[in-house]
Design a protein around this ligand. Structure first.
Ligand SMILES: [Zn+2]
Length: 303
Protein backbone atom coordinates (compact mmCIF):
# COMPACT_ATOMS: atom_id res chain seq x y z
CA UNK A 1 0.00 0.00 0.00
CA UNK A 2 1.14 3.51 -0.84
CA UNK A 3 1.06 5.94 2.07
CA UNK A 4 1.22 9.62 1.20
CA UNK A 5 1.08 12.14 4.05
CA UNK A 6 1.27 15.93 4.14
CA UNK A 7 3.46 17.03 7.06
CA UNK A 8 3.13 20.71 6.23
CA UNK A 9 1.09 22.67 3.70
CA UNK A 10 2.19 26.33 3.86
CA UNK A 11 4.39 28.09 1.35
CA UNK A 12 7.81 29.42 2.37
CA UNK A 13 7.67 31.33 5.65
CA UNK A 14 4.91 29.13 7.05
CA UNK A 15 1.59 30.39 8.37
CA UNK A 16 1.41 32.77 10.07
CA UNK A 17 4.63 34.19 8.70
CA UNK A 18 7.00 35.68 11.28
CA UNK A 19 7.03 39.20 9.83
CA UNK A 20 3.52 39.38 8.43
CA UNK A 21 0.46 41.13 9.81
CA UNK A 22 -1.77 40.62 6.77
CA UNK A 23 -5.46 39.77 7.36
CA UNK A 24 -5.05 36.00 7.28
CA UNK A 25 -1.89 35.95 9.43
CA UNK A 26 -3.59 38.24 11.95
CA UNK A 27 -6.69 36.05 12.09
CA UNK A 28 -4.59 32.92 12.60
CA UNK A 29 -2.86 34.56 15.57
CA UNK A 30 -6.17 35.77 17.01
CA UNK A 31 -8.16 32.57 16.37
CA UNK A 32 -5.79 29.63 15.79
CA UNK A 33 -8.67 27.22 16.41
CA UNK A 34 -10.50 28.57 13.37
CA UNK A 35 -7.67 29.62 11.08
CA UNK A 36 -5.12 26.87 11.66
CA UNK A 37 -1.40 27.69 11.74
CA UNK A 38 0.52 25.58 9.23
CA UNK A 39 4.06 24.32 8.89
CA UNK A 40 5.96 24.74 5.66
CA UNK A 41 5.28 22.37 2.80
CA UNK A 42 6.51 18.83 3.37
CA UNK A 43 5.30 15.43 2.22
CA UNK A 44 6.36 11.86 3.01
CA UNK A 45 5.67 8.59 1.16
CA UNK A 46 6.21 4.99 2.13
CA UNK A 47 5.01 1.46 1.53
CA UNK A 48 6.75 0.07 4.63
CA UNK A 49 7.15 2.12 7.83
CA UNK A 50 10.78 0.97 7.90
CA UNK A 51 11.64 3.00 4.80
CA UNK A 52 10.09 6.45 4.58
CA UNK A 53 10.93 8.91 1.82
CA UNK A 54 10.63 12.66 2.19
CA UNK A 55 9.57 14.80 -0.75
CA UNK A 56 11.90 17.76 -0.33
CA UNK A 57 13.10 18.93 3.09
CA UNK A 58 11.40 21.90 4.73
CA UNK A 59 12.86 24.20 7.35
CA UNK A 60 10.17 22.85 9.74
CA UNK A 61 11.33 19.27 9.34
CA UNK A 62 12.38 18.71 12.94
CA UNK A 63 8.86 19.53 14.18
CA UNK A 64 7.31 17.48 11.38
CA UNK A 65 9.33 14.41 12.36
CA UNK A 66 8.32 14.73 16.02
CA UNK A 67 4.64 15.30 15.19
CA UNK A 68 4.33 12.18 13.04
CA UNK A 69 4.93 8.97 14.99
CA UNK A 70 6.02 7.00 11.95
CA UNK A 71 8.95 9.33 11.37
CA UNK A 72 10.45 9.18 14.85
CA UNK A 73 13.41 6.94 15.75
CA UNK A 74 12.47 3.60 17.37
CA UNK A 75 13.49 2.80 20.92
CA UNK A 76 13.94 -0.89 20.03
CA UNK A 77 16.59 -0.17 17.39
CA UNK A 78 19.41 1.35 19.40
CA UNK A 79 20.01 4.96 20.26
CA UNK A 80 20.66 6.17 16.74
CA UNK A 81 18.18 5.26 14.02
CA UNK A 82 15.59 6.74 11.71
CA UNK A 83 12.95 5.25 9.45
CA UNK A 84 13.76 8.04 6.95
CA UNK A 85 15.70 6.32 4.17
CA UNK A 86 15.89 9.11 1.65
CA UNK A 87 14.85 12.49 0.32
CA UNK A 88 13.69 13.38 -3.18
CA UNK A 89 14.67 16.94 -4.04
CA UNK A 90 12.55 18.39 -6.83
CA UNK A 91 14.17 21.85 -6.81
CA UNK A 92 16.99 23.87 -5.27
CA UNK A 93 14.44 26.35 -3.86
CA UNK A 94 15.59 27.26 -0.36
CA UNK A 95 12.20 26.50 1.24
CA UNK A 96 12.39 22.99 -0.16
CA UNK A 97 16.02 22.17 0.73
CA UNK A 98 16.76 23.99 4.01
CA UNK A 99 15.66 20.95 6.01
CA UNK A 100 18.56 18.94 4.57
CA UNK A 101 20.80 20.81 7.01
CA UNK A 102 18.69 19.45 9.89
CA UNK A 103 19.33 15.86 8.77
CA UNK A 104 23.03 15.81 9.69
CA UNK A 105 24.45 14.00 12.78
CA UNK A 106 26.23 11.45 10.57
CA UNK A 107 22.97 9.87 9.43
CA UNK A 108 23.26 7.97 6.12
CA UNK A 109 20.65 9.15 3.61
CA UNK A 110 19.85 8.67 -0.06
CA UNK A 111 19.26 11.90 -1.89
CA UNK A 112 17.51 11.79 -5.24
CA UNK A 113 18.11 14.96 -7.27
CA UNK A 114 18.97 16.17 -10.75
CA UNK A 115 22.65 16.82 -11.46
CA UNK A 116 21.86 20.56 -11.47
CA UNK A 117 20.15 20.55 -8.07
CA UNK A 118 23.03 18.52 -6.62
CA UNK A 119 25.55 20.97 -8.08
CA UNK A 120 23.71 23.94 -6.59
CA UNK A 121 23.55 22.33 -3.13
CA UNK A 122 27.16 21.15 -3.14
CA UNK A 123 28.33 24.64 -4.11
CA UNK A 124 27.24 25.77 -0.65
CA UNK A 125 29.68 24.96 2.12
CA UNK A 126 26.86 24.20 4.61
CA UNK A 127 26.09 20.94 2.80
CA UNK A 128 29.56 19.62 3.72
CA UNK A 129 28.17 18.92 7.19
CA UNK A 130 26.22 16.13 5.49
CA UNK A 131 29.28 14.79 3.70
CA UNK A 132 31.70 14.42 6.59
CA UNK A 133 32.06 10.65 6.46
CA UNK A 134 31.99 8.26 3.49
CA UNK A 135 28.48 7.19 2.46
CA UNK A 136 26.74 9.75 4.67
CA UNK A 137 24.89 11.05 1.61
CA UNK A 138 24.31 8.73 -1.31
CA UNK A 139 23.35 10.89 -4.26
CA UNK A 140 21.13 9.28 -6.88
CA UNK A 141 20.87 11.30 -10.07
CA UNK A 142 17.36 11.68 -11.45
CA UNK A 143 16.22 12.96 -14.84
CA UNK A 144 12.85 14.09 -16.14
CA UNK A 145 11.00 11.25 -17.85
CA UNK A 146 13.16 8.51 -16.30
CA UNK A 147 11.41 6.38 -13.65
CA UNK A 148 13.22 5.05 -10.61
CA UNK A 149 12.23 3.16 -7.48
CA UNK A 150 12.35 4.75 -4.04
CA UNK A 151 14.84 2.39 -2.37
CA UNK A 152 13.31 -1.07 -2.20
CA UNK A 153 9.81 0.29 -1.50
CA UNK A 154 8.27 -0.72 -4.81
CA UNK A 155 7.10 2.87 -5.22
CA UNK A 156 7.88 4.01 -8.75
CA UNK A 157 8.76 7.68 -9.05
CA UNK A 158 8.90 9.54 -12.35
CA UNK A 159 10.11 13.15 -12.34
CA UNK A 160 8.78 15.48 -15.02
CA UNK A 161 10.00 18.94 -16.02
CA UNK A 162 7.92 21.76 -14.52
CA UNK A 163 9.85 24.64 -16.09
CA UNK A 164 10.49 27.64 -13.88
CA UNK A 165 13.76 29.26 -12.91
CA UNK A 166 16.60 28.63 -10.52
CA UNK A 167 16.13 30.45 -7.22
CA UNK A 168 17.71 33.88 -6.80
CA UNK A 169 20.65 32.54 -4.76
CA UNK A 170 21.61 30.10 -7.51
CA UNK A 171 21.13 32.15 -10.69
CA UNK A 172 24.81 31.90 -11.60
CA UNK A 173 24.34 28.20 -12.36
CA UNK A 174 22.84 29.32 -15.64
CA UNK A 175 20.10 27.88 -17.76
CA UNK A 176 21.94 25.36 -19.88
CA UNK A 177 19.89 22.48 -18.43
CA UNK A 178 16.45 24.11 -17.91
CA UNK A 179 14.77 20.70 -17.71
CA UNK A 180 16.73 19.97 -14.49
CA UNK A 181 15.58 23.07 -12.60
CA UNK A 182 12.24 21.94 -11.19
CA UNK A 183 10.48 18.59 -11.25
CA UNK A 184 6.96 17.38 -10.64
CA UNK A 185 6.72 13.80 -9.37
CA UNK A 186 4.50 10.97 -10.48
CA UNK A 187 4.31 8.31 -7.76
CA UNK A 188 2.89 4.86 -8.47
CA UNK A 189 2.28 1.67 -6.55
CA UNK A 190 -0.39 -1.06 -6.66
CA UNK A 191 -2.46 0.80 -9.22
CA UNK A 192 -2.48 4.05 -7.21
CA UNK A 193 -1.04 7.02 -9.06
CA UNK A 194 -0.32 10.42 -7.51
CA UNK A 195 1.04 13.64 -9.02
CA UNK A 196 2.95 15.96 -6.67
CA UNK A 197 3.33 19.44 -8.20
CA UNK A 198 3.57 22.14 -5.54
CA UNK A 199 5.06 24.66 -7.99
CA UNK A 200 3.06 25.11 -11.18
CA UNK A 201 4.19 28.00 -13.40
CA UNK A 202 1.83 26.97 -16.24
CA UNK A 203 -0.80 24.32 -16.87
CA UNK A 204 0.49 22.80 -20.09
CA UNK A 205 -1.15 20.07 -22.18
CA UNK A 206 1.43 17.55 -20.98
CA UNK A 207 0.74 18.42 -17.33
CA UNK A 208 -3.01 18.07 -17.94
CA UNK A 209 -2.50 14.61 -19.39
CA UNK A 210 -0.37 13.55 -16.42
CA UNK A 211 -3.08 14.79 -14.03
CA UNK A 212 -5.81 13.03 -16.02
CA UNK A 213 -4.13 9.66 -15.43
CA UNK A 214 -3.92 10.10 -11.64
CA UNK A 215 -6.15 9.17 -8.72
CA UNK A 216 -4.96 12.16 -6.72
CA UNK A 217 -3.15 15.35 -7.63
CA UNK A 218 -1.36 17.76 -5.29
CA UNK A 219 -1.26 21.16 -6.94
CA UNK A 220 0.25 24.60 -6.38
CA UNK A 221 -2.17 26.51 -4.15
CA UNK A 222 0.19 29.39 -3.36
CA UNK A 223 -2.18 32.18 -4.34
CA UNK A 224 -5.93 32.59 -4.68
CA UNK A 225 -5.63 35.48 -7.16
CA UNK A 226 -2.96 36.84 -9.45
CA UNK A 227 -2.85 40.24 -7.69
CA UNK A 228 -3.17 38.93 -4.10
CA UNK A 229 0.47 39.40 -3.08
CA UNK A 230 0.75 42.90 -4.56
CA UNK A 231 -2.46 43.92 -2.76
CA UNK A 232 -1.16 42.72 0.61
CA UNK A 233 2.36 44.10 0.21
CA UNK A 234 2.94 47.09 -2.07
CA UNK A 235 5.65 46.62 -4.67
CA UNK A 236 5.49 42.82 -4.75
CA UNK A 237 4.93 40.94 -8.05
CA UNK A 238 1.93 39.21 -9.60
CA UNK A 239 1.53 35.48 -8.86
CA UNK A 240 2.12 34.46 -12.47
CA UNK A 241 5.27 36.57 -12.70
CA UNK A 242 6.87 34.48 -9.94
CA UNK A 243 5.87 31.11 -11.32
CA UNK A 244 2.51 30.33 -9.72
CA UNK A 245 -0.80 29.86 -11.52
CA UNK A 246 -3.41 31.28 -9.10
CA UNK A 247 -6.41 29.23 -8.00
CA UNK A 248 -9.14 31.62 -9.21
CA UNK A 249 -9.98 33.47 -12.42
CA UNK A 250 -10.59 32.28 -15.95
CA UNK A 251 -6.89 31.43 -16.32
CA UNK A 252 -6.69 29.95 -12.83
CA UNK A 253 -6.13 26.34 -11.81
CA UNK A 254 -9.75 25.64 -10.81
CA UNK A 255 -11.10 26.80 -14.20
CA UNK A 256 -8.33 25.19 -16.25
CA UNK A 257 -8.71 21.79 -14.55
CA UNK A 258 -12.50 21.79 -14.17
CA UNK A 259 -12.93 19.12 -16.86
CA UNK A 260 -10.57 16.58 -15.30
CA UNK A 261 -12.20 13.24 -14.52
CA UNK A 262 -13.30 12.57 -10.96
CA UNK A 263 -10.09 12.45 -9.02
CA UNK A 264 -8.94 13.89 -5.73
CA UNK A 265 -7.61 17.39 -6.26
CA UNK A 266 -5.71 18.88 -3.34
CA UNK A 267 -4.13 22.33 -3.07
CA UNK A 268 -0.81 22.58 -1.21
CA UNK A 269 1.90 25.24 -0.74
CA UNK A 270 -0.55 27.87 0.57
CA UNK A 271 0.89 31.35 0.94
CA UNK A 272 0.06 33.27 4.10
CA UNK A 273 -1.87 35.87 2.05
CA UNK A 274 -4.24 33.27 0.55
CA UNK A 275 -7.82 33.86 1.79
CA UNK A 276 -8.62 30.12 1.52
CA UNK A 277 -6.66 29.67 4.76
CA UNK A 278 -9.77 30.98 6.54
CA UNK A 279 -12.54 28.35 6.20
CA UNK A 280 -15.14 31.11 6.64
CA UNK A 281 -14.01 32.92 3.49
CA UNK A 282 -15.90 32.93 0.20
CA UNK A 283 -12.67 31.80 -1.47
CA UNK A 284 -12.56 28.67 0.72
CA UNK A 285 -16.17 27.89 -0.14
CA UNK A 286 -15.52 28.36 -3.85
CA UNK A 287 -12.62 25.88 -3.69
CA UNK A 288 -14.73 23.27 -1.91
CA UNK A 289 -17.71 23.78 -4.23
CA UNK A 290 -15.40 23.25 -7.21
CA UNK A 291 -14.51 19.81 -5.79
CA UNK A 292 -11.05 20.68 -4.51
CA UNK A 293 -9.58 20.09 -1.06
CA UNK A 294 -7.31 22.43 0.85
CA UNK A 295 -4.43 20.29 2.11
CA UNK A 296 -4.08 20.08 5.90
CA UNK A 297 -0.96 19.36 7.96
CA UNK A 298 -1.03 15.69 8.97
CA UNK A 299 -3.58 14.67 6.32
CA UNK A 300 -2.96 11.30 4.69
CA UNK A 301 -4.34 10.24 1.35
CA UNK A 302 -7.00 7.56 1.69
CA UNK A 303 -7.68 8.13 5.39
ZN1 LIG B 1 0.46 37.23 6.16
Amino acid sequence: MLHFRLLGTAAGGGFPQWNCACATCASSRAEPGRVSPRLQLQAAVWSSPDAIFLLNASADLRFQIEENLELRPRTDRGNRNTPIEGVVLTTADLDQVLGMLLLRKFQPLKVYATALVRRVLESNSFIRMLERVPNQLTWVEIEPGVSFQLGGSGIACTPFDMGGELPFYAREFGRNVPEQVSQGLLLEKDGMRIAYTPMVPAITDSLRSIYAGCGAIFVDGTFWSNEELSKAHTGTPMAQDIGHVPMSGKDGTIALLSDLPTIQKIFVHLNNTNPVLDPRSSAYNAVVEAGWKIGEDGWELGQ
